[in-house]
Design a protein around this ligand. Structure first.
Ligand code: AMP
Length: 398
């Protein structure tokens, strides 16, 4: 069997996992532990086309990792193929500019970055510590969502606030979805080698949504900020708003600043505007049935995505490729069409037939062959990137 990597993506109330072979990218087993820290929590294993769900009586991350270990103990050939564990880490601050093998200093560094992403980074540490206990001796690697954006120039990542606040607190733009953008940049260079020395803008449009500009394979700007709330309108996030709105909402609704930020994170975006759903597919069905509010929400989403793509493109030498990825970017021909329509002034046009007939789950071009700016759909694969980083760091260490 090929070498494989156990990938762990530990959230505050869930833990997603997968065992991926590399090379080959076969998923040997995958699953999710849900409702951790709440009640009725359970873990589901998907293996060989079957699904098996077990209750987690103490609802803990520890029990979730223990059940993964128990499952692997019963599937020896998979267990023996695992050469390391790759952890997805949301915030690496300015400390982590690439993936690293986890040691005590790395755990401390992730802990320090928790001030910007407390729910996520503290959950990641739980996942790392439980994995260290249960998979003793297996090397573990941390892969950061922020790392790819560490190449942004100072003029791009600073907020125009007193410099002292950056110097004392590291308040700046970090950006997220970096593992996805790194995958897209490498995949585009594989299918269109000239792109490695060209200018690319990418829209990662899913429940969370952001944009990124990439010149010569390096990130030059991105839409998310110190947290993922900034930039595009998303499933439940507002994206960028006038910061004064926080104080207006807080005063008008008599809620705290933190509660207001929670409202902007969890009750806004497609959900807040449509008052129907945060899910693009559900809204597209509603538009089809004639719902005007669903249409307004999707059109706002498209308009903001287009503006953001145009904005990040200002950091490129030339604009040669546009890439759509993420659940919405890969699947919604309506939104791709709307976004590209708003980008016509930048010479970005697509072939509407290619757009509507794009095959699901495959790389494809949706611009005309003669187009100066090529428009692509490239399905992202963050898990593969984590597995590849894990294997390569382990091999370098030997
Ligand atoms: P992600 O967070 O990348 O998994 O993307 C989730 C988003 O992709 C949700 O809003 C889904 O409704 C959307 N999505 C998935 N499949 C489709 C589809 N066939 N058409 C439109 N949107 C889709």
């Amino acid at each position: 069997m090929n070498k494989s990597v156990l990938i762990i993506n530990c959230g505050s109330s869930s833990l997603k996992f997968a065992v991926l072979t590399t090379p080959g990218n076969d998923v040997l087993v995958e699953g999710i532990a849900d409702r951790l820290g709440i009640d009725d929590s359970s873990i589901t294993f998907k293996h060989n086309g079957t699904k098996n769900t077990l209750p987690l009586t103490d609802s803990s991350h520890r029990q979730a990792v223990t059940e993964i270990k128990n499952w692997l103990d019963q599937h020896e050939s998979i267990q023996e193929s695992i050469v390391g564990i790759g952890h997805r880490i949301v915030h690496g601050g300015e400390t982590f500019t690439s993936s690293v093998i986890i040691d005590e200093d790395v755990v401390k560094g992730i802990e320090e970055c928790a001030r910007f992403a407390p729910l996520h980074n503290l959950a990641h540490i739980k996942g790392i510590k439980e994995s260290q206990n249960l998979f003793e001796g297996l090397p573990q690697v941390a892969v950061f969502d922020t790392a790819f954006h560490q190449t942004l120039k100072t003029e791009q990542f600073l907020y125009a606030i007193p410099m002292d606040l950056y110097n004392r607190h590291n308040f700046r733009k970090y950006g997220f979805h970096g593992t996805s953008y790194r995958y897209i940049s490498q995949e585009l260079a594989r299918v269109a080698p000239e792109s490695a020395s060209q200018g690319v803008i990418v829209a990662h449009l899913g429940n969370g949504a952001s944009t990124c500009a990439i010149q010569n394979g390096k990130a030059t700007d991105t839409s998310m900020g110190i947290t993922p709330l900034d930039g595009l309108m998303m499933g439940t996030r507002s994206g960028s708003v006038d910061p004064s709105l926080v104080s207006f909402i807080s005063n008008a609704e008599n809620i705290s600043c933190d509660e207001t930020i929670d409202l902007l994170n969890k009750k806004s975006g497609l959900l807040g505007v449509s008052e129907i759903s945060s899910d693009c597919r559900t809204l597209e069905d509603a538009v089809f049935a004639g719902d005007e509010r669903a249409k307004l929400a999707l059109d706002m989403f498209a308009s903001r995505a287009a503006k953001s793509l145009a904005s990040v493109a200002t950091t490129l030498d030339t604009l040669d490729h546009v890439v759509f990825t993420g659940g919405i970017g890969e699947n919604s021909d309506y939104l791709r069409g709307k976004i590209c329509e708003s980008l016509r002034a930048l010479n970005i046009t697509i072939n509407s037939e290619k757009n509507s007939n794009a095959p699901r789950g495959e790389n494809c071009i949706i611009s005309d062959e003669t187009a100066n700016v090529k428009v692509w759909i490239l399905p992202t694969n963050e898990e593969l990137m984590i597995a590849m980083d894990t294997i390569s760091l382990i091999e370098q260490a030997h």
